[in-house]
Design a protein around this ligand. Structure first.
Ligand code: SF4
Length: 278
């Protein structure tokens, strides 16, 4: 198998939610990415869109915290600048029926919706943005992650919100809504000396939010569950491939002999192969 030049393997004891989700989706991809330290050969435009929208939301709340309040024109101008600033060479449009402009328009639509339906009415206080969360769970496992926004409602309730740009809202399962924001809330309880918080997911494309209560018991439960999953990952001796629809978005699909990438979703694979030949 040809290998994409690498990055360092992730420290063995550092576990993010994404790391465990990667193991759940495809143990073989997990092995390549986290144990061998290989770099994925492309970034999908969906992830670029998600990161760019997150950057703009952070900018909006930093501006508000600093006493200014950008209007929608400034928000969209900032998005345009960010989108075009550094167009990564490894950026792939996976769906061949789409073009980059459709994602650009989608980003603007999401931000307009968020601005009109959430931001202008939002009177909550921002405490932290892109806050690093860590918790040592055992000798072998440290949980790490970044909370998009930590704040307080006007009634004083601590909350943590994770912004999503996905097409669909999540469900209660643990690799959807069941763990991620709740883990960040568990860390926020300690940092802010509180006994309860709200953990939320805001779906920017849909304009909806789902909130979960996290008290000290719930926090312990989710941290214990995360520890259990991380320990199982550490103890794994086999890493079978689990091909499926997500292969199209996997940055190893040009070197993985198990990849199942249908025509019409092969933009990433084609780009990776072209770059390999250069
Ligand atoms: S291409 Fe598919 S099967 Fe291969 S590593 Fe990626 S997700 Fe797993």
């Amino acid at each position: 198998m040809n290998q994409t030049p690498g990055r360092k393997p992730t420290p063995k004891n550092q576990f993010s939610f994404s790391r465990l989700k990667s193991f759940d989706h495809c143990p073989f991809k997990y092995k390549l990415r986290y144990l061998k330290g290989l770099k994925e050969a492309f970034r999908s435009i969906e992830s670029y869109l998600g990161n760019t929208v997150h950057d703009v939301l952070e900018w909006m709340y930093v501006a508000r915290r600093d006493g200014s309040s950008p209007d929608i024109t400034a928000v969209l101008e900032h998005f345009d600048e960010q989108w075009r600033q550094e167009w990564p060479e490894d950026l792939a449009v996976v769906r061949s029926s789409d073009g980059p402009d459709s994602y650009f328009r989608l980003g603007r639509e999401m931000l307009e919706r968020f601005f009109n339906e959430v931001y202008v009415q939002d009177r909550s206080e921002t405490l932290e943005l892109e806050q690093r969360c860590t918790a040592r769970l055992s000798e072998r496992v440290v949980f790490t992650g970044f909370a998009d926004r930590v704040g307080r409602t006007t009634a004083g309730t601590l909350f943590v919100v994770d912004y999503k740009t996905s097409k669909r809202a999540g469900d209660p399962s643990e690799f959807s809504e069941g763990l991620q924001a709740l883990l960040y809330a568990a860390c926020a309880l300690d940092r802010h000396g509180e006994d309860s918080a709200l953990a939320g997911y805001h779906y920017i494309r849909l304009g909806t939010s789902n909130w979960h209560d996290v008290d000290r018991d719930r926090a312990r439960q989710v941290l214990n569950r995360f520890l259990h999953l991380a320990e199982a990952t550490l103890d794994a001796t086999e890493f079978p491939a689990q091909p499926g629809v997500l292969c199209a978005w996997c940055g190893f699909n040009h070197i993985c002999t198990f990849a199942a990438v249908p025509d019409g979703l092969n933009g990433g694979q084609s780009l990776a192969r072209e770059n390999l030949e250069l």
